[in-house]
Design a protein around this ligand. Sequence first.
Ligand code: MTE
Ligand code: HPA
Ligand code: MOS
Length: 756
Amino acid sequence: MTKTMKNIDSFGHLRGESLFVDDIITKQNTLFGLVFDSSCAHGKISKIDYSQAEDIEGVIRIFTYKDIPGVNQIGGIIPDEPLWAEKEVHFAGQPIAFIVAKSELIAKKARALIQVEFRDLPVITSAKEAKEKNSFINAPRSFNLGNTKSSFSECEYVFEGETFSNGQEHLYLETQGCYAYPMENGNIKIISSTQGPTQVQKAAAKVLDLPMHKIEVEVIRLGGGFGGKEDQATAWAIMAAIAVQHLRKPVKFVLNRHDDLRMTGKRHPYESSYKIGLTKELKIKAFEAEFLQNSGAAADLSPAIAERTLFHATNCYYIPNVRTTVYSCKTNLPPNTAFRGFGGPQGMFVIESAISKAANELGINKRFIQEANLIGENEEYYYGQIASNVEAKNSWVTARKEFDLDTLENDVADFNEKNDRYKKGISIMPIAFGISFTNTPMNHARALVHIYQDGSVGLSTGAVEMGQSVNTKMLQIAADTLGIEPKYIKLETTNTTRVANTSPSAASSTADLNGKAVLKACKSLNDRLVKIAANLLNVNEKSLSFQTNFVFIDNKKTKHTWQEIVAKAMMERVALTENAHYATPEIHFDKTKEKGHPFAYHVYGTSITTITLDCLQGTYEIDSVKIVHDFGKSMNMGIDTGQVEGALVQGIGWMTMEEISYDEKGKLLSNALSTYKIPDIFSVPKKIEIIPLETEGNKMAIYRSKAVGEPPLMYGIGTYFAIQNAIASFNKEYKLAFNSPYTPEKVLMSLYENHI
Ligand code: MTE
Ligand code: HPA
Ligand code: MOS
């Protein structure tokens, strides 16, 4: 019924009426916060003097770790991250103090007057160097299947190599921020731009030494999160809350873009090595990989991200003998964090690199190796989950057929034969992405539904709207289940006093988890109202339903309305509120064995990317990306297609142009949009074609509509290999490099490497 609904925010966004943190009308006496951060990536604070800054008219107070009532600790998985540095700093951009002033401008002036001196300590910026120096976040982890040692010796071909994939800046349109204010009895309300309201509440309670119920966290919506606000919205909210606790005045704190870029973590860069063994028939018999994750100066979500790298290290291939190890390497960069794909893309880049290398050495088309190894029904993912309802081959074959891959490849070959300056490259990228938080206990959600006595409905869930349109999906479910028109339903803000103990909106699972809870709550209410209507009209409950606001009997519309029945229920003192809880069934994972069934299901798909390379300049254009994607039974094709396109372009950005750069002292060089380039309308593919794969979906997905937020990002990886392919057809001496992003500068070097 509601499948063609537009994102309910589109109207407000377009008119500039949607509210983000910075749009909230400020209360009287609101103060403004600004962080004073470390300019040194590793060192001891030998001297710090705030006096000049404090003397400025309009500066209210400068807070440091000494003002923390509870613990100076915000680490979620591992307690290794102070809110404010005490005696040492571990990355450039690390918060040291929090200036609260009458205006942002005053706070900025004050910041410039803080005198600080550091005694420098050695700075580590790369994961490799960290490993050499034994600098780790935690113990390494390994996943195993079969026996790689013995099976390599049985392989016809064995290849080894190294890869690098760089970090990525989230560049949400709305920077990090919050607005905190005092309530009565020492209670505090925080409006935050966070994916994890409960995360903020829990961490704030610890640092402020308050029980969680004294802190209310509210989220209206985010101007993008992309993982960057799963964990890293917390620190800012706590800083503002501490100021509120001391001053009992409202404090607003929205980071400017430079501060946000400098102080926040990004996608993890990975330095990895692999060994791949194949049989004569091109079956991958053995695969080993070692991943060095550049975690930054504190754990943040790194251990969970490292785990997902292992889960996706074999992408959508069945390999009988696998051994993978990941090291979370502690460096002096800002703690790196969740980013769409959550370590999965980094893992998949390595296996795709290994296959490319093997194909190149064997002088064959890479796709023959890919095709020969796609996972099939009842084969085992190397972490123990038996693949079921697998769509790897289906999506591959459909893409080949629907997009006529043979012709596309012939066209590329023809073009390359006829042209010298320009060369085309083509690649095919199959994906499999596991849906669920890899940490099983996080897979749950709740919904709270109020039907007001006039028949209008208020719907609260734990889901955070960040542009992915989860609110629209929640509204669809409620409207369809209650049998009323969407206009009678209001999506409430996400608030910890209405829906408590939530997991962050992440892992692409928000719609599944919260949607199933909405479905459950609305079903209960619907049952209740059907009973009342059936009584009133003296018909059998089974023959009665609500549809588009009216009572239907035997699927025939009556004149009785939903509003009428709600009013009747009210008179009969029937509860018009329902709260429901959903927890994903069946999933489990045993970390002592590193085996289990961690995912509710997998999302599959295959993309074909064609690019044209200017071999004089090293620049390239993406001609087309053609995708067969496994939406299951999409509950909203417009929204889901938007997610595929957006994720694809973000993946392409990561693989081609977004180059995070730190100097050897750990200072961010790509610290503005002049030095950090993301895809714009001129660099996106000239054509994106998406064909939905015909499948039954999965019962664990809401309405059998599969999660879509992250998986399509990995189609972007295909672009790297399409570029590589074009370079190889120009420069026969080119030694395949697996060093992303493939910026035009790097491409140009590759084009003329060993070239005569
Ligand atoms: N789409 C938009 N427009 N903005 C975002 O911030 N985040 C992505 C993805 N799509 C994001 C987005 C990430 S990282 C995740 S995990 C999912 O949306 C989260 O939402 P979902 O669970 O509802 O898919
Ligand atoms: N994905 C995203 N976020 C997470 C996960 C995950 O698997 N686990 C914990 N946070
Ligand atoms: Mo997404 S990286 O799970 O927020």
